[in-house]
Design a protein around this ligand. Structure first.
Ligand code: NAD
Length: 488
């Protein structure tokens, strides 16, 4: 009966400082139970049009504020999100399937930090100046915000990645229309509720919810949105590039990865094994930076594999809101099926599945049996040409293979279409430098993983992206530069 029906959360678009209902909605699932628990606006051209108009109207006032004024507002917003950290973490975990621990310690603190970081870095940029004494000239550059920025983000780190775009965009004086993933829209909607209190003027941040092919494409095709910052899959990026080409838009594309970990025989395994488990399985393996190809030097291969598998088996899969759980639910039923299909393909090709999917059994609490869960899975003896070693799986699946020489492993690590992140494990400083320099990868971590300084460029090579984001890089992306020459 109706009395027993659970209340479904209904989101609204946020346009010109107001929540506005939409004429149709998309069902959003709780990945850990399989229930529909939220309805997300199914926005299209009309809603995007209204949001772009609001952003355009807000631009003159926002762009003429000083960096210091904008900085204070960003800091206020950071404080407000931090005050509600627990509520945001609970919502992110429920919406995405990630563990409450990960949401509490990674997603929401990083979303807060994104605002604080850009609130600070916007105060410290300098522009260039050169002198041409023989001509009696000085040249200097001046930077100005571009206009309305279109921001499109994925479902794996919802608020974390959305704020990584909103913060630099508005810090630089742009106004924005953001389109979060239709699968994880709740925390963006919660953030909208705090904007007014933080002092963000109406129309500076507009959020339009809905499908990529509908709301996302309307934003990409809008003639008055001159720049798009996109994080998501390589396939979608190709589509966005095509659709935006007639308008010659500026694009920042942060895409998928097939990230190698290279483990030399002089690696400190006591550090390497726990970190490589995290780099393979954190957030259910749903991080663009996750390791999915582990190359281990022959001499330590069997020892590594034995210890790695034994530790992987200890990872607890279950209810994401249980703080002792290490792996929550995958984002959707379709995604779970896709991830599982890779394990089946590997088996069919003769690879060995050492633990996890199809090998061990998964015991779930009664309330989670319809959720999209999977055990951390380790595959060995898989060929470099296999789809498991070439394609992004984006789940808790990692492949372990042996190698002999430095030269060989560099070539094998580079032999995929992606180039986002790599990790190198060795205690030989010379080797670490040599290998890092030759890897085709936007980021190389040696003897660690996911240690980030937001000042430095973030982004991928090859099919992993176009452009970089970071303090200076985001500033350059979100501003237009002008060279001015003064003759005296
Ligand atoms: P996706 O490409 O399916 O969707 C990303 C966003 O784009 C969503 O908001 C979606 O609605 C929208 N979208 C889809 N089609 C669109 C279209 N035609 N026009 C405009 N927008 C469209 O990606 P996903 O499945 O949400 O995310 C997972 C992918 O993101 C993985 O490949 C992962 O590696 C990648 N990722 C990359 C980074 C990075 O920083 N490099 C970070 C996180 C995730």
């Amino acid at each position: 009966t109706m009395a027993h029906a659970k209340a479904v959360l209904v989101l609204e678009n946020f346009i010109a400082g107001k929540f506005v209902p939409c004429s149709s909605y998309i069902d959003s699932y709780n990945p850990s139970t399989g229930d529909v628990y939220c309805r997300v606006p199914d926005s299209g051209k009309e809603e995007v049009e209204a949001a772009v108009k609001a952003a355009k109207n807000a631009f003159p006032i926002w762009s003429s504020k000083s960096p210091l004024e904008r900085s204070q507002i960003l800091n206020k917003l950071a404080d407000l999100i931090e005050n509600d950290l627990e509520a945001f973490a609970q919502a992110e975990s429920k919406d995405q399937g990630k563990t409450i621990t990960f949401a509490r310690t990674v997603d929401i603190p990083r979303a807060v930090y994104n605002f604080r970081f850009f609130a600070s870095s916007i105060l410290h940029h300098t522009t260039e100046c050169t002198e041409m004494a023989t001509m009696g000239c000085v040249h200097y550059t001046s930077r100005a915000p571009v206009g309305v920025a279109g921001l499109i983000s994925p479902w794996n780190l919802p608020l974390y990645l959305l704020t990584w775009k909103i913060a630099p965009a508005i810090a630089c004086g742009n106004t924005v229309v953001a389109k979060p993933s239709e699968m994880t829209s709740v925390t963006a909607w919660m953030m909208c509720k705090l904007l007014e209190k933080a002092g963000v003027p109406h129309g500076v941040v507009n959020v339009v919810f809905g499908m990529g092919t509908k709301a996302g494409e309307a934003l990409v095709c809008h003639p008055e949105v001159p720049l798009i910052s996109f994080t998501g899959s390589t396939l979608t990026a190709q589509r966005i590039t095509e659709k935006s080409a007639p308008h010659c838009k500026r694009l920042s594309l942060e895409l998928g990865g097939k990230n190698p970990a290279i483990i030399f025989d002089d690696a400190d395994l006591a550090q390497c094994i726990p970190t490589t488990l995290r780099s393979s399985f954190a957030n259910q393996g749903e991080i663009c930076l996750c390791t999915s190809r582990i190359f281990v030097q022959r001499g330590i291969y069997s020892d590594f594999l034995k210890r790695f598998v034994a530790e992987a088996k200890k990872w607890k899969v279950g209810n994401p809101s249980d703080p002792t759980v290490d792996i929550g639910a995958l984002i959707s039923k379709e995604h779970l099926e896709k991830v599982r299909s890779y394990v089946k393909k590997a088996q069919a090709e003769g690879a060995r599945v050492l633990c996890g999917e199809g090998v061990d059994s998964l015991a779930l609490p009664a309330g989670n049996r319809k959720g999209y869960f999977m055990l951390p899975t380790v595959i060995a003896e898989v060929k470099d040409e296999s789809c498991c070693m070439q394609e992004e799986i984006f789940g808790p699946v990692t492949c372990v293979v042996a190698f002999d020489t430095e030269e060989e492993v560099i070539e094998r690590a580079n032999s995929v279409k992606y180039g986002l992140a790599a990790t190198v494990w060795s205690s030989n400083v010379g080797r670490v430098h040599r290998v890092a320099k030759r890897l085709q990868s936007g980021l190389v971590w040696t003897n660690c993983w996911l240690v980030r300084d937001l000042n430095l460029p973030f982004g991928g090579m090859k099919a992993s992206g176009v452009g970089r984001e970071g303090a200076k890089d985001s500033y350059e992306f979100f501003t237009e530069v002008k060279t001015i020459t003064i003759k005296h």
